[in-house]
Design a protein around this ligand. Structure first.
Ligand code: AMP
Ligand code: FE
Ligand code: FE
Ligand code: ZN
Length: 302
């Protein structure tokens, strides 16, 4: 018999590129037996209030977070997603950097549309905007959804594989925050930073144990080890690195509603003891910085 809380610390709503509103996402999590849910939309805290209200109603504990688009080691370095939890999103330096990231996201839609039109696909910016009505983090997933709506491809994944991922003809890069700088900003904003799927879409050699040790020294708190994008062998290796560096180990679904297949809520979870460590370090970061996420409904993790 298991009474352990089920903890899923990485999910997306329609505020970024998930297909469920924050309320729908929280309700779906409750229905899936999730007790503690991390809402981690890309580069924004915009969904927190709505999710908090829904969480209080549904009896789910909400961990307020975001997934920040960064780059490691300067231009040409790998793109790395950084999960940030329990930070004060009004921190001026953080807020300014998130604005730059979000501006770079939306700004590249016309270029992607032009590239697709050059391939003979009759897509417009309005088609993409129609797929991103709730989103403040418009990006490739919404272009992909427009291609699905136009009947060009059958699913988001196919749109990425054929047109939108790096190396494909409609790929357009964008601004990403410097990873090391962002780890420091998150701490300064009273939160904790966890590298999302560290080896998911990154060559492990470009973010190896030495790189992770350097990030730990810059204030990194954890690694998302259990994630669909990792092989079992990678998970074992990352767990060993985390133990060696005294980093918190998390596991999560990276759920995007119907936007990502094989990422059902709770498909990977975080151990309660690891959540306790994460919360302990967040409390320490909040005390050291004098900033913290403003408490709101549903904010008390069980
Ligand atoms: P963007 O931030 O606009 O560059 O889009 C990145 C988002 O697209 C990621 O957060 C994923 O949710 C999604 N994504 C990236 N690569 C793929 C892929 N190969 N297949 C499906 N979704 C992807
Ligand atoms: Fe995403
Ligand atoms: Fe990610
Ligand atoms: Zn994600």
């Amino acid at each position: 018999m298991s009474t352990e809380p089920r903890i899923d610390l990485h999910t997306h709503s329609s505020v970024s590129d998930g297909t469920q509103t924050p309320t729908e996402l929280v309700r779906a999590a409750a229905a899936a037996g999730i007790d503690v849910l991390g809402l981690t939309d890309h580069d924004t805290a915009r969904g927190w209030d709505e999710a908090g209200r829904a969480a209080a109603e549904a009896g789910v504990a909400l961990v307020r977070g975001m997934e920040i688009s960064t780059r490691y080691g300067g231009p040409g370095g790998p793109g790395v997603h950084l999960l940030a939890y329990l930070l004060d999103p009004t921190h001026p330096g953080l807020d300014a950097e998130l604005d730059r990231v979000l501006g770079g996201r939306g700004g590249r839609v016309p270029a992607m549309v032009e590239a697709l039109r050059g391939l003979g696909i009759r897509i417009t910016v309005a088609d993409v905007e129609a797929q991103a009505t709730d989103s403040v983090a418009t990006g490739r997933p919404h272009v992909a959804d427009a291609l699905v709506a136009l009947g060009v491809v059958g699913h988001r994944d196919q749109a990425f594989a054929e047109y939108l991922q790096e190396g494909r003809p409609a790929y357009v890069g964008r601004h990403a925050a410097d990873l090391r700088t962002m780890v420091g900003l998150v701490a300064d904003a009273g939160g904790v930073a966890v590298v999302a799927h560290p080896w998911g879409r990154v060559d492990p050699a470009r973010l190896d144990g030495a790189a992770l040790a350097g990030l730990r020294d810059a204030g990194l708190t954890g690694l998302e080890v259990d994630h669909q994008d990792h092989t079992d062998a990678q998970r074992r290796e990352l767990r060993a690195i985390a133990a060696d560096l005294d980093l918190v180990v998390t596991g999560s679904s990276d759920h995007h509603g119907t936007g990502k297949t094989d990422h059902d809520l709770g498909c990977h979870t975080t151990a309660p003891a690891e959540l306790d460590r994460l919360l302990g370090r967040a409390a320490a970061a909040a005390a050291a910085s004098g900033r913290a996420v403003p408490p709101g409904p549903g904010s008390r993790p069980v």
